[in-house]
Design a protein around this ligand. Structure first.
Ligand code: HEC
Ligand code: HEC
Ligand SMILES: [Cu+2]
Length: 484
């Protein structure tokens, strides 16, 4: 007779080793764990957790009854002698079969009622009676989250701020592959699908910071694609919105921040916007992000630009690298030197020209890196009135600085194409672009009404500059003509 062999000896300690692992995994379920779905902080997550507990108890009862019966029958009717005689064989028992068909139907029906009503309410039922609904668009990117507030004209990344107790209607989408939006203690999970909008609403009913995580495998750094939801009092939230419309104070000439600003304009501004505070800059950032995306798509291997987190008022953020690290001078320097020391596979390291070095780390000295980090951390709402354009102090408008802050995201001062054409030699070309306009007229017109002439082969994404003073426009035109 064939005997089933016992577990061979060495595998038993291996099984014992699994016990601590199982305990460690279970520890993740304690309600205080940052990503536990049990300690909830909003009605959606609470309904989901309640539904889970309800189904869990039904499953537990079914488990105990079925396993109990199996064990009881196995013991009660075990083989007691060596006799090979078959026991009495039964086939079919209508009463029993009808019973065990009906019981699961009843159980599934009982589970379906709260499940379906829950799905319906969470997808369609943004409550209108709990204060004005806040609309937010969340966009997944490999490997970070972009958040746009169309009503407030604010765009930020990786830290979603919402007012406590107010419903937030989320439009979820993705720019590349499928991601999933999940904030275990507040709500989840809904897929973020390219070219397709999904909707959900959330509400945080406790002030605090909550962990979010991409919940759909999306490539190499999927597990490192996190974010935070910061639930704030209504006043703090409004103050944040106002701050996002307040430009940082320009760095003092000669300071480390000033050096950092120039280095940033040269190395980083083609992908990152830092000045989305002025009126009109929201639309501009959405255009730029689209243009960066198209730039990347058109040459995925060698593109010099790709859509990237907006860094406006970055100094007010608390995390770095999509929720991976606390943000401070040291972590920020590490990130700039070598993003993959914090997160593998970033498009920043793959495409930013400064990482084109033998070991892939930044082609900048440590003091330059430190200046850039100091500058980024200094980006906080300044003393200026809301919506001020970044210009140098009055009477001292410097063309290079104006260009660095307003134009260098899309134009290099050399021949390289970024989003728009490189500006080297523009003074010579400008006079022959449009019949009847000399160089000065053409350049000025290009700035005052960018839609008037579109250079062949480029997307019509150049924003208007109505917010720049006449003096600044003149200064820019003069500066452009110096670029050879
Ligand atoms: C080719 C485009 C590109 C360039 C150039 C670039 N970055 Fe980035 N940057 C990215 C992308 C994409 C990410 C998102 C990476 C991720 O999280 O996967 C990023 C992320 C960041 C972050 C983290 C943002 C956050 O929300 O946590 C910082 C800070 C940053 N970059 C700073 C810089 C600095 C400083 C420079 C110049 C020295 C620079 N970047 C140049 C594309 C770029
Ligand atoms: C969001 C990206 C973007 C920003 C920011 C931007 N531009 Fe442009 N610009 C473009 C694009 C794209 C073109 C080419 C298509 C067109 O003509 O509109 C262009 C064209 C131009 C041209 C015409 C070039 C030619 O060869 O005829 C000039 C001049 C110019 N930009 C100057 C500026 C200046 C100065 C600033 C800053 C105040 C600026 N741009 C900011 C995208 C941008
Ligand atoms: Cu993802």
């Amino acid at each position: 007779m064939h005997r089933v062999s016992k577990l061979s000896f060495p595998s038993r300690p291996a099984l014992l080793l699994l016990a601590p692992l199982a305990i460690a995994l279970l520890a993740a379920c304690t309600p205080d764990n940052n990503q536990s779905t049990f300690g909830t902080a909003g009605p959606i997550a609470r309904d989901q957790a309640d539904l889970f507990i309800f189904i869990f108890w039904i499953a537990a009862v079914v488990f105990v009854l079925v396993e109990g019966a199996v064990i009881y029958i196995a013991i009660r009717y075990r083989r007691r002698s060596d006799s090979d005689k078959l026991p009495y064989q039964t086939h079919g028992n209508n009463k029993l079969e009808i019973t065990w068909t009906i019981i699961p139907i009843l159980i599934l029906a009982a589970v379906a009622v709260p499940t379906l009503t829950g799905i319906w309410e969470q997808q369609n039922g943004v409550p209108q009676d709990q204060g004005e609904v806040l609309n937010v668009e969340a966009i997944g990117h490999q490997w970070w989250f972009e958040f746009r507030y169309p009503g407030q004209e604010v765009v930020t990344a990786n830290e979603l701020r919402i007012p406590v107790g107010r419903p937030v209607a989320l439009k979820l989408t993705s720019q590349d592959v499928i991601h999933s939006f999940w904030v275990p203690k507040i709500a989840g999970k809904v897929d973020m699908v390219p070219l397709n909008d999904n909707f959900m609403w959330i509400l945080g009913d406790e002030v605090g910071t909550f962990y979010g995580q991409c919940a759909e495998f999306c490539g190499l750094a999927h597990a490192m694609m996190r974010f935070r939801v910061v639930v704030q009092s209504e006043e703090d939230f409004q103050a944040w919105i106002d701050g996002m419309h307040t430009a940082a104070d320009p760095p003092v000439a000669g300071s480390r921040e000033a050096a950092g600003q120039t280095l940033f304009a040269q190395n980083c501004a083609s992908c990152h916007t830092v000045d989305s505070t002025a009126p009109g800059s929201y639309a501009r950032e959405i255009n730029s992000q689209e243009a960066r995306w198209n730039g990347w798509i058109s040459d995925i291997e060698n593109a010099a630009i790709v859509s990237a987190p907006n860094l406006t008022n970055f100094g007010t953020r608390s995390t770095l690298g999509a929720g991976l690290r606390d943000l401070n001078q040291q972590s920020l320097e590490e990130w700039i030197i070598d993003p993959s020391s914090i997160k593998i596979g970033t498009r920043m390291q793959k495409h930013a020209a400064m990482y084109n070095t033998p070991d892939g780390t930044a082609n900048l000295s440590s003091s330059e890196i430190s200046d850039i980090a100091t500058y980024l951390l200094s980006l906080k709402p300044g003393s200026g009135a809301a919506g001020v354009v970044i210009e140098q102090s009055e009477g001292d408008v410097d063309g290079a600085a104006l260009f660095a802050t307003n134009c260098s995201a899309c134009h290099s001062t050399g021949a390289d194409k970024i989003v728009g054409p490189g500006m080297a030699g523009i003074g010579d070309i400008a006079g022959s672009r449009v019949a009847g306009l000399d160089a000065d007229q053409y350049l000025e017109q290009s700035l005052r009404d960018p839609g008037a002439f579109i250079v062949d082969g480029y997307p019509p994404v150049m924003p208007g500059w109505s917010q720049l003073s006449d003096e600044s426009i003149d200064t820019l035109v003069t500066y452009l003509k110096t670029l050879k």
